[in-house]
Design a protein around this ligand. Structure first.
Ligand SMILES: [Zn+2]
Length: 101
């Protein structure tokens, strides 16, 4: 008598995709962030740091004024600023080396 094997071990185990956000990378890939980011860029398409110095540079990214890992609100427009690459690099450099200009 032939026994039928009902197990299908070649099928991958089901893993849920939805879940808590554990890392910054996951956050920056989230729909909520991408939506808010585009809202911010529509409201302020120019780099805010450059604007303060009288220059109009198109913003290329949206930055958290107070970093999320320092308790800043992740999804609050008031905690966001539009930046160009140069200003963003300068800012992240400042955050890593606060004593250097
Ligand atoms: Zn700039």
């Amino acid at each position: 008598m032939l026994k039928k094997n009902c197990r299908r071990p070649w099928l991958p185990e089901h893993k849920p995709h939805e879940g808590r956000i554990h890392t910054n990378t996951e956050f920056y890939q989230s729909t909520a962030w991408r939506k808010l980011r585009s809202v911010k860029l529509q409201q302020q398409p120019l780099c805010e740091e450059c604007l303060q110095q009288g220059a109009t540079t198109p913003a290329q990214m949206v930055d958290h004024i107070r970093p999320i890992n320092k308790g800043g609100a992740a999804l609050d427009l008031k905690n966001l600023q539009s930046l160009c690459h140069a200003c963003h690099n300068r800012k992240s450099g400042r955050e890593r080396h606060p004593r250097k200009p």
